[in-house]
Design a protein around this ligand. Structure first.
Ligand code: ATR
Length: 296
Protein backbone atom coordinates (compact mmCIF):
# COMPACT_ATOMS: atom_id res chain seq x y z
CA UNK A 1 0.00 0.00 0.00
CA UNK A 2 1.23 3.47 -0.79
CA UNK A 3 2.48 5.62 2.02
CA UNK A 4 0.07 8.47 2.71
CA UNK A 5 2.56 11.28 2.86
CA UNK A 6 0.60 14.13 1.37
CA UNK A 7 1.14 17.22 3.44
CA UNK A 8 0.30 20.82 2.80
CA UNK A 9 2.95 23.29 3.78
CA UNK A 10 2.34 26.98 3.61
CA UNK A 11 5.25 28.25 5.68
CA UNK A 12 8.85 28.96 4.72
CA UNK A 13 11.12 26.69 2.68
CA UNK A 14 13.53 26.10 5.53
CA UNK A 15 12.50 22.44 5.52
CA UNK A 16 14.43 22.01 2.27
CA UNK A 17 17.69 22.41 4.17
CA UNK A 18 16.78 21.46 7.74
CA UNK A 19 16.06 17.90 6.55
CA UNK A 20 19.24 16.20 5.32
CA UNK A 21 17.38 14.21 2.63
CA UNK A 22 17.40 15.68 -0.90
CA UNK A 23 14.42 18.01 -1.18
CA UNK A 24 11.73 18.04 -3.87
CA UNK A 25 8.28 19.59 -3.88
CA UNK A 26 5.24 20.41 -5.95
CA UNK A 27 4.11 24.05 -5.92
CA UNK A 28 0.49 24.91 -6.70
CA UNK A 29 -2.65 26.61 -5.42
CA UNK A 30 -4.75 24.79 -4.38
CA UNK A 31 -2.53 21.82 -3.55
CA UNK A 32 -4.35 19.95 -0.80
CA UNK A 33 -5.48 17.06 -2.99
CA UNK A 34 -2.16 16.59 -4.80
CA UNK A 35 -1.20 12.94 -5.19
CA UNK A 36 2.39 13.83 -6.12
CA UNK A 37 3.93 13.29 -2.63
CA UNK A 38 2.31 9.86 -2.46
CA UNK A 39 3.52 8.95 -5.94
CA UNK A 40 7.10 10.14 -5.40
CA UNK A 41 7.29 8.44 -2.00
CA UNK A 42 6.34 5.18 -3.74
CA UNK A 43 8.96 5.74 -6.46
CA UNK A 44 11.65 6.52 -3.86
CA UNK A 45 10.78 3.36 -1.94
CA UNK A 46 11.15 1.31 -5.13
CA UNK A 47 14.52 2.80 -6.05
CA UNK A 48 15.79 2.96 -2.48
CA UNK A 49 16.33 6.71 -2.73
CA UNK A 50 16.08 8.58 0.54
CA UNK A 51 14.39 11.80 -0.45
CA UNK A 52 11.68 14.11 0.71
CA UNK A 53 8.88 15.41 -1.55
CA UNK A 54 6.33 17.88 -0.24
CA UNK A 55 3.19 19.57 -1.53
CA UNK A 56 3.42 23.31 -0.99
CA UNK A 57 0.61 25.82 -1.40
CA UNK A 58 2.08 29.01 -2.84
CA UNK A 59 0.30 32.34 -2.75
CA UNK A 60 -0.47 33.79 -6.16
CA UNK A 61 1.64 36.91 -5.71
CA UNK A 62 4.89 35.30 -4.62
CA UNK A 63 5.40 32.26 -6.84
CA UNK A 64 8.70 33.43 -8.37
CA UNK A 65 10.27 34.36 -5.03
CA UNK A 66 9.21 31.03 -3.50
CA UNK A 67 10.82 29.12 -6.36
CA UNK A 68 14.05 31.07 -6.04
CA UNK A 69 14.21 30.67 -2.27
CA UNK A 70 13.44 26.93 -2.54
CA UNK A 71 16.46 26.41 -4.80
CA UNK A 72 18.63 28.85 -2.83
CA UNK A 73 17.90 26.75 0.26
CA UNK A 74 19.20 23.61 -1.45
CA UNK A 75 15.99 22.26 -3.02
CA UNK A 76 16.80 19.87 -5.88
CA UNK A 77 13.67 19.87 -7.99
CA UNK A 78 10.16 21.21 -8.30
CA UNK A 79 7.00 20.11 -10.00
CA UNK A 80 4.67 22.98 -10.82
CA UNK A 81 0.93 22.67 -11.08
CA UNK A 82 -2.02 25.00 -11.60
CA UNK A 83 -2.08 27.93 -11.87
CA UNK A 84 1.68 28.46 -12.17
CA UNK A 85 2.84 26.44 -15.20
CA UNK A 86 3.13 29.42 -17.57
CA UNK A 87 4.89 31.51 -14.91
CA UNK A 88 7.30 28.62 -14.31
CA UNK A 89 8.50 28.60 -17.90
CA UNK A 90 8.67 32.39 -17.99
CA UNK A 91 11.21 32.42 -15.16
CA UNK A 92 13.41 29.66 -16.59
CA UNK A 93 16.87 30.36 -18.00
CA UNK A 94 16.84 27.21 -20.13
CA UNK A 95 13.95 25.10 -21.36
CA UNK A 96 13.33 22.00 -23.47
CA UNK A 97 11.61 22.13 -26.86
CA UNK A 98 8.58 20.30 -25.53
CA UNK A 99 8.19 22.82 -22.69
CA UNK A 100 8.49 25.73 -25.07
CA UNK A 101 5.92 24.14 -27.43
CA UNK A 102 3.62 23.67 -24.43
CA UNK A 103 4.18 27.27 -23.33
CA UNK A 104 4.25 25.85 -19.82
CA UNK A 105 6.51 23.93 -17.45
CA UNK A 106 5.61 21.40 -14.77
CA UNK A 107 9.23 20.53 -13.94
CA UNK A 108 12.10 22.73 -12.71
CA UNK A 109 15.64 22.02 -11.65
CA UNK A 110 18.51 24.31 -10.66
CA UNK A 111 21.34 24.51 -13.20
CA UNK A 112 24.87 23.80 -11.99
CA UNK A 113 26.11 27.19 -13.20
CA UNK A 114 23.14 28.97 -11.61
CA UNK A 115 19.70 29.63 -13.05
CA UNK A 116 16.78 27.28 -13.66
CA UNK A 117 16.03 24.60 -16.27
CA UNK A 118 12.38 23.94 -17.22
CA UNK A 119 10.70 20.97 -18.84
CA UNK A 120 7.18 19.68 -19.39
CA UNK A 121 6.49 16.00 -18.74
CA UNK A 122 2.70 16.06 -19.20
CA UNK A 123 2.61 15.16 -22.89
CA UNK A 124 5.14 12.39 -22.68
CA UNK A 125 3.26 11.10 -19.63
CA UNK A 126 -0.01 10.95 -21.57
CA UNK A 127 1.59 9.29 -24.59
CA UNK A 128 3.41 6.72 -22.45
CA UNK A 129 0.18 5.87 -20.66
CA UNK A 130 -1.61 5.35 -23.97
CA UNK A 131 1.17 3.39 -25.68
CA UNK A 132 3.00 1.49 -22.92
CA UNK A 133 0.21 0.99 -20.38
CA UNK A 134 -2.89 0.75 -22.55
CA UNK A 135 -1.16 -0.80 -25.56
CA UNK A 136 -2.73 1.66 -28.01
CA UNK A 137 -1.19 2.52 -31.36
CA UNK A 138 -1.20 6.25 -32.13
CA UNK A 139 0.53 6.23 -35.51
CA UNK A 140 -1.86 6.81 -38.39
CA UNK A 141 -4.87 7.39 -36.14
CA UNK A 142 -7.53 9.93 -36.99
CA UNK A 143 -7.38 11.86 -33.74
CA UNK A 144 -9.90 14.25 -32.20
CA UNK A 145 -8.74 16.31 -29.25
CA UNK A 146 -11.38 18.34 -27.44
CA UNK A 147 -10.37 21.59 -25.76
CA UNK A 148 -7.82 24.25 -26.65
CA UNK A 149 -6.63 25.42 -23.24
CA UNK A 150 -3.37 24.92 -21.38
CA UNK A 151 -3.95 21.20 -20.82
CA UNK A 152 -4.24 20.48 -24.55
CA UNK A 153 -1.41 22.80 -25.57
CA UNK A 154 0.74 20.95 -23.03
CA UNK A 155 0.40 17.54 -24.70
CA UNK A 156 0.19 18.32 -28.43
CA UNK A 157 3.84 18.10 -29.41
CA UNK A 158 4.50 14.65 -27.87
CA UNK A 159 1.23 13.46 -29.43
CA UNK A 160 2.27 14.72 -32.88
CA UNK A 161 5.65 13.01 -32.44
CA UNK A 162 3.78 9.69 -32.49
CA UNK A 163 2.69 10.35 -36.07
CA UNK A 164 -1.12 10.37 -35.92
CA UNK A 165 -2.83 10.30 -39.33
CA UNK A 166 -4.57 13.61 -38.60
CA UNK A 167 -5.43 15.76 -35.61
CA UNK A 168 -8.62 17.80 -35.25
CA UNK A 169 -8.67 20.19 -32.29
CA UNK A 170 -12.29 21.04 -31.45
CA UNK A 171 -13.21 23.74 -29.00
CA UNK A 172 -16.25 25.67 -27.79
CA UNK A 173 -14.44 28.88 -28.68
CA UNK A 174 -13.50 28.11 -32.29
CA UNK A 175 -10.77 30.77 -32.68
CA UNK A 176 -8.81 29.27 -29.78
CA UNK A 177 -8.78 25.88 -31.55
CA UNK A 178 -7.76 27.46 -34.87
CA UNK A 179 -4.94 29.39 -33.21
CA UNK A 180 -3.65 26.31 -31.41
CA UNK A 181 -3.74 24.23 -34.60
CA UNK A 182 -1.81 26.96 -36.38
CA UNK A 183 0.78 27.17 -33.57
CA UNK A 184 1.49 23.45 -33.42
CA UNK A 185 1.47 22.64 -37.13
CA UNK A 186 5.14 23.60 -37.31
CA UNK A 187 7.25 21.68 -39.77
CA UNK A 188 5.33 18.43 -39.46
CA UNK A 189 3.34 17.24 -42.46
CA UNK A 190 0.54 15.91 -40.25
CA UNK A 191 -2.84 17.42 -41.06
CA UNK A 192 -3.70 19.48 -37.95
CA UNK A 193 -6.87 21.60 -37.98
CA UNK A 194 -8.96 23.54 -35.47
CA UNK A 195 -12.74 23.96 -35.45
CA UNK A 196 -15.90 24.29 -33.38
CA UNK A 197 -17.82 21.18 -32.30
CA UNK A 198 -20.56 21.51 -34.93
CA UNK A 199 -17.97 21.05 -37.71
CA UNK A 200 -17.29 17.49 -36.47
CA UNK A 201 -20.72 16.25 -37.61
CA UNK A 202 -20.42 12.95 -39.49
CA UNK A 203 -16.62 12.63 -39.13
CA UNK A 204 -14.96 9.35 -38.09
CA UNK A 205 -12.23 9.06 -35.44
CA UNK A 206 -9.91 6.32 -34.14
CA UNK A 207 -8.76 8.21 -31.06
CA UNK A 208 -10.69 10.80 -29.04
CA UNK A 209 -9.03 12.74 -26.21
CA UNK A 210 -10.95 14.93 -23.81
CA UNK A 211 -8.74 17.80 -22.70
CA UNK A 212 -11.54 20.16 -21.63
CA UNK A 213 -12.46 21.04 -18.08
CA UNK A 214 -16.15 20.42 -18.87
CA UNK A 215 -16.17 17.20 -16.83
CA UNK A 216 -15.30 19.10 -13.67
CA UNK A 217 -18.83 20.52 -13.75
CA UNK A 218 -20.31 17.19 -14.86
CA UNK A 219 -20.65 18.29 -18.49
CA UNK A 220 -19.71 16.83 -21.84
CA UNK A 221 -18.41 19.06 -24.65
CA UNK A 222 -21.30 19.67 -27.11
CA UNK A 223 -20.44 16.91 -29.58
CA UNK A 224 -22.66 16.46 -32.63
CA UNK A 225 -23.18 13.01 -34.10
CA UNK A 226 -19.76 11.53 -34.94
CA UNK A 227 -18.54 8.05 -35.89
CA UNK A 228 -16.21 6.03 -33.70
CA UNK A 229 -14.23 3.53 -35.75
CA UNK A 230 -14.49 -0.04 -34.50
CA UNK A 231 -11.06 0.24 -32.81
CA UNK A 232 -11.69 3.72 -31.40
CA UNK A 233 -9.88 4.56 -28.14
CA UNK A 234 -11.18 7.28 -25.81
CA UNK A 235 -8.95 9.03 -23.27
CA UNK A 236 -10.03 11.50 -20.58
CA UNK A 237 -7.09 13.59 -19.37
CA UNK A 238 -8.71 14.01 -15.95
CA UNK A 239 -9.32 11.19 -13.50
CA UNK A 240 -11.85 10.49 -10.78
CA UNK A 241 -12.96 7.76 -8.42
CA UNK A 242 -15.88 7.03 -10.73
CA UNK A 243 -15.94 6.91 -14.54
CA UNK A 244 -16.13 10.48 -15.86
CA UNK A 245 -19.02 11.81 -17.98
CA UNK A 246 -16.81 11.50 -21.08
CA UNK A 247 -15.89 7.90 -20.21
CA UNK A 248 -19.56 7.02 -19.80
CA UNK A 249 -20.36 8.68 -23.13
CA UNK A 250 -17.52 6.72 -24.77
CA UNK A 251 -18.72 3.42 -23.35
CA UNK A 252 -22.24 4.20 -24.58
CA UNK A 253 -20.80 4.69 -28.11
CA UNK A 254 -19.24 1.20 -27.82
CA UNK A 255 -15.69 2.58 -27.91
CA UNK A 256 -13.12 -0.23 -28.12
CA UNK A 257 -11.10 1.10 -25.15
CA UNK A 258 -11.79 3.83 -22.60
CA UNK A 259 -9.64 5.19 -19.77
CA UNK A 260 -9.11 8.23 -17.60
CA UNK A 261 -5.91 10.20 -16.92
CA UNK A 262 -4.72 8.53 -13.72
CA UNK A 263 -1.96 6.77 -15.66
CA UNK A 264 -0.95 10.10 -17.20
CA UNK A 265 -0.57 11.59 -13.71
CA UNK A 266 1.73 8.77 -12.63
CA UNK A 267 3.68 8.72 -15.91
CA UNK A 268 4.38 12.46 -15.86
CA UNK A 269 5.63 12.00 -12.30
CA UNK A 270 7.80 9.06 -13.37
CA UNK A 271 9.36 11.15 -16.13
CA UNK A 272 10.01 13.95 -13.59
CA UNK A 273 11.63 11.46 -11.21
CA UNK A 274 13.77 10.05 -14.03
CA UNK A 275 14.95 13.52 -15.08
CA UNK A 276 15.95 14.38 -11.52
CA UNK A 277 17.29 11.04 -10.31
CA UNK A 278 18.34 9.15 -13.45
CA UNK A 279 16.20 6.16 -12.46
CA UNK A 280 12.96 5.07 -14.11
CA UNK A 281 10.43 3.78 -11.58
CA UNK A 282 7.94 0.99 -12.26
CA UNK A 283 4.63 2.78 -12.71
CA UNK A 284 2.18 -0.13 -12.95
CA UNK A 285 2.18 -0.94 -9.24
CA UNK A 286 1.78 2.74 -8.34
CA UNK A 287 -1.16 3.24 -10.74
CA UNK A 288 -2.76 0.12 -9.31
CA UNK A 289 -2.39 1.28 -5.69
CA UNK A 290 -3.57 4.82 -6.49
CA UNK A 291 -6.67 3.43 -8.17
CA UNK A 292 -7.33 1.50 -4.99
CA UNK A 293 -6.82 4.60 -2.82
CA UNK A 294 -9.15 6.64 -5.04
CA UNK A 295 -11.99 4.20 -4.68
CA UNK A 296 -11.83 4.14 -0.85
P1 ATR B 1 -6.79 24.11 -18.85
O1 ATR B 1 -5.49 24.73 -18.45
O2 ATR B 1 -7.30 23.07 -17.89
O3 ATR B 1 -6.78 23.63 -20.24
P2 ATR B 1 -8.33 26.37 -19.70
O4 ATR B 1 -7.15 26.96 -20.38
O5 ATR B 1 -9.24 27.23 -18.91
O6 ATR B 1 -7.86 25.26 -18.67
O7 ATR B 1 -9.15 25.56 -20.78
C1 ATR B 1 -10.32 24.84 -20.46
C2 ATR B 1 -10.81 24.17 -21.72
O8 ATR B 1 -12.03 23.47 -21.45
C3 ATR B 1 -11.13 25.13 -22.84
O9 ATR B 1 -10.88 24.49 -24.07
C4 ATR B 1 -12.62 25.38 -22.63
O10 ATR B 1 -13.30 25.83 -23.80
P3 ATR B 1 -13.27 27.42 -24.16
O11 ATR B 1 -11.90 27.70 -24.69
O12 ATR B 1 -14.33 27.57 -25.19
O13 ATR B 1 -13.57 28.14 -22.88
C5 ATR B 1 -13.06 23.99 -22.30
N1 ATR B 1 -14.35 23.91 -21.58
C6 ATR B 1 -14.61 24.25 -20.30
N2 ATR B 1 -15.90 24.00 -19.98
C7 ATR B 1 -16.48 23.50 -21.10
C8 ATR B 1 -17.79 23.04 -21.43
N3 ATR B 1 -18.79 23.06 -20.54
N4 ATR B 1 -18.02 22.57 -22.68
C9 ATR B 1 -17.02 22.55 -23.61
N5 ATR B 1 -15.75 22.97 -23.35
C10 ATR B 1 -15.48 23.43 -22.12
Amino acid sequence: MLAQLTSEITGSNEDAVSDSRPGYAVFGNPIKHSKSPTIHAAFAEQTNDKLIYRAVRVELDNFESRVRSFFAAGGLGLNITLPFKARAIAMADECTDRASAAGAANWLMPLEQGGIRADNTDGVGMVRDMVANQGWTLAGRRTLIMGAGGAVRGVLQPLLNEGPGSVVIANRTTERAERLAQDCRGDSNIDVSGCGYEALEGQTFDLIINGTSAGLSGELPPLPSIELSHRCCCYDMVYAAEPTVFMRWSAAQAAWAVTDGLGMLVEQAAESFYLWRGKRPDTAAVIHDLRHLLSH
